[in-house]
Design a protein around this ligand. Structure first.
Ligand code: URA
Length: 447
């Protein structure tokens, strides 16, 4: 007879757990027979002690089989998804999903249509979550039945939802606990979380965006590469095509941070504008999805296809369709003023003239969370309207008294806490930063 407390103790003392012990814990997490405090203690022990390759395989496998695996073999085409390890202003899914799905019409001979079945997460720690962003679209429903998910996927080429009691329920439980117990930052827990829900989706290929830098869970590039390798290996073990881009998260991606604000910025991209860093990363991730899904012969062709989907308006049409089919207000695509808006604005001003030398990216994410854009406790409600607009990014010049960041807020008490964080989030220097910031896309693993 296995006992949760003995398993926790064993992990705490750095002994290797057996697959049976790991499966027992994950079964208990899924059916509620192991208490949250015991699961939280186990998670903390993993953060400290790490996992062997055999333990990680057992954990990913147990979480994957905590629910069903979608069988999408009846859909004719490739099924490809993308997932990020989490960042600040990290909103690429909302652009990539419609861009890739839009290329489903007029598929040339010898190429495949790519479907995007996307099971996403909520905000975690200081990072935002795709589900919270989608829910800022009035009416948008991320709690789909599997039948509805499949039907939307078939018709629109993409459907987006959260973990359900059927798909990766163990991750749903552990993800919410990790968010509020400081147990996110473990490559093993991140790998098992991401790969269990992604492998349950019935995909053949996966593009991972592994973030590194001050606003990522993996602060150093070698840690991000280690995580990327764990995930690529886990995917390949299951016979999937997986690649990981290592991308910079030393400052927010794009300029907007906060749920509705980020949807708004994605609409800018889908309308052919938007900030260059966000545009670049979306184009690159979409291109890889086209290549892994056999829709494009090579990356250049994939990039051109992604650009064409935006320029022709087909990605916008697809996004409108996905929103409509998931119960949301499709008119936000052409009228973003219909998205929730905060009642008040405040400004963070530069104390001096110069150039933005650095931004404390994690602190920006925490400020957005404190405003109500994320959760401090797992039952907290999200305020979809609040967040930040970064008016000056690294390397940009500022005048004394000009605005570094605009704060969108609804509660003065929350504003005051956020302002305390924002006051020292920007460093302004006399000269532009030297050396030049590293490129956004640092490396590809698994290609
Ligand atoms: N995204 C996930 O789905 N899980 C994690 O643990 C981190 C990012």
């Amino acid at each position: 007879m296995l006992h949760a407390v003995e398993i926790i103790r064993k992990k705490r003392d750095a002994a290797e757990l057996t697959p049976e012990e790991i499966h027992f814990l994950i079964r208990g997490a899924t059916d509620g027979s192991i208490a949250d405090y015991q699961l939280a203690a186990f998670l903390m022990a993993v953060v400290w002690r790490g996992m062997t390759a055999a333990e990680l395989t057992a954990l990913t496998d147990a979480m994957l089989h905590s629910g069903q695996m979608l069988d999408l073999s009846a859909l004719r085409g490739s099924k490809v998804d993308k997932h990020s390890t989490g960042g600040v202003g990290d909103k690429t899914s909302l652009v990539i999903a419609p861009v890739v799905a839009a290329a489903g019409l007029d598929v040339p001979l010898g190429r495949k249509r790519v479907f995007v079945p996307m099971i996403s997460g909520r905000g975690l720690g200081h990072t935002g979550g795709t589900l919270d962003k989608l829910e800022s679209i009035p009416g948008f429903n991320v709690n789909l039945s599997l039948a509805a998910f499949r039907s939307i996927l078939e018709k629109a080429g993409c459907a987006l939802m959260g973990q359900t009691p059927e798909i990766a329920p163990a991750d749903k439980k552990l993800y919410a606990l990790r968010d509020v117990t400081a147990t996110v930052e473990s490559p093993y827990l991140i790998c098992a979380s991401i790969m269990s829900k992604k492998l349950a989706e019935g995909i053949g290929a996966l593009v991972l965006d592994v973030k590194t830098g001050g606003g990522a869970f993996m602060k150093k590039q070698d840690e991000a590469e280690y995580l990327a390798e764990l995930m690529v290996d886990a995917g390949k073990r299951m016979g999937k095509k997986v690649i990981a881009l290592i991308t910079g998260m030393d400052q927010p991606l794009g300029r907007k941070v906060g749920n509705a604000l980020e949807v708004d910025e994605c609409l800018d991209i889908l309308h052919g504008g938007g900030p260059p860093d966000l545009r670049e990363l979306c184009g690159e991730l979409a291109a890889w999805m086209f290549v892994l899904g056999d829709r494009a012969a090579n990356l250049d062709e994939g990039r051109a296809l992604a650009a064409e989907m935006i320029a022709s308006g087909r990605a916008r049409d697809t996004f409108r369709e996905i929103i409509r089919m998931q119960g949301g207000d499709p008119e936000i695509v052409d009228d973003p003023g219909r998205l929730p808006r905060a009642k008040n604005l405040a400004k963070v001003k530069s104390p001096r003239a110069g150039f933005v030398a650095s931004i404390r990216c994690e602190q920006i994410g925490i400020a957005s969370m404190v405003l109500g854009g994320g959760r401090e406790k797992k039952e907290d409600a999200i305020d979809p309207a609040v967040g930040l607009v970064i008016e000056r990014k690294v390397g940009e010049s500022v005048d004394a008294g000009s605005t570094l960041c605009t704060v969108h807020y609804n509660s003065s008490a929350r504003l005051s806490n956020a302002m305390d964080l924002l006051a020292n989030s920007f460093t302004v220097a006399d000269t532009p930063p030297e050396p030049e910031p590293l490129p956004l896309i640092r490396k590809v693993i698994g290609a």
